[in-house]
Design a protein around this ligand. Sequence first.
Ligand SMILES: [Zn+2]
Length: 398
Amino acid sequence: MTFNELKEYQPDAVNLLKRAVESNRLSHALIFASPGEVGEIALAMRLSQFLLCESPVSSLEPCGKCKSCKLFLENGHPDFHEVKPKGLLRAIKTSDMLAMIKSLQNTSHSGYGKVVIIHQAETLRKESANRFLKTLEEPTAKTYFILLTSRVERLLPTIKSRCQIFRMKPFSDEVLLKKAEKELKISGENLELVCLLASGRWRRAVQLSKNIDKYKELVKRLAEILSERDNATSSAVIFAKSILKEKKDDRKKFEEKSKKEISAKKKELSDLDPTVRKEIIAEFEMQLKSEQGAIERDDKAGLFEAMDALWRDVLTYKATEDADLLLHKFMKSAIVKLAGKYSEDEVIRNLNNINVVRGPTVYLNTRLDIILQGLLSQAASKSAEFTPLRAAIVATGL
Ligand SMILES: [Zn+2]
């Protein structure tokens, strides 16, 4: 995508980049902070190509024809590096960071500098973050770093202070709707629901569109449990167990599927030298795990999003009594019922509780069932002394 095309998605960020380049104030270390998949990767790729281009056509567009551009577009530019998180935990490996840092000591192949993109930079472990910081402190000429993150608050303050931060915005309602209509396989009521829930985040829209019926079932189930109020605990336990079982089944299915894919890959590569084959297989296995890790994390985040959206609807209805303003219009009566059963203070307390646990539960390997159970029982309880959420937090060691 060209910068002109990217401007439709991120007008402010593109203009700021353009101004920084034109006035020669583009920092060698950039952070693209985004709410997730709103064009930041395409923007980072285009900027990288521009920075390596031998004869840019304008202040921000690469030529697309020079040797450097050609190598870049063929994915083979020797001065361009990407570091990505790997494995089920989806974290950047220290060894990958160290290898990247080491490679910077070699002179630039083309003489036009080097560019490094670090994906999901919030998953940098402390050791590699500190090593990286040293690299930033002693910049080599013409090396640019672009750190992509959807959790900029998780980056080390010392790294942030050395970077120029570009904030990507969620898509506007019009852009999201236009793109969703074109690219997602949903329409009518479901299309409207997905766009409302995603509120400008493309990644969430894609994820929801694939599982929209399941999502609707989930919110209905949550509303049923919460409407039981003080009797909700046993339903919450059953619900949490079923979610845990679902996750375990998904993991099992993934393991079986990847076993098959790996043995097929081994057959396909049977002519290769065993050492080379082993390396390729290990890389392939890591890639499968990374993909599964991302799906599992999105799934977990989706549960908290569903609860959050449900409570927001209850709050909206309490404030306006207008069912047309709800996100979940397909379950108006259940939301009206909840609005009658919960006070405004209780709804706000529940929204706060979700915020406290969602980050750590999604990003760390905690017992999701215990947290869910605690969160729902806490939400439904009328007693101020009843603190299952705190108990859950203690039990899972968050
Ligand atoms: Zn070029």
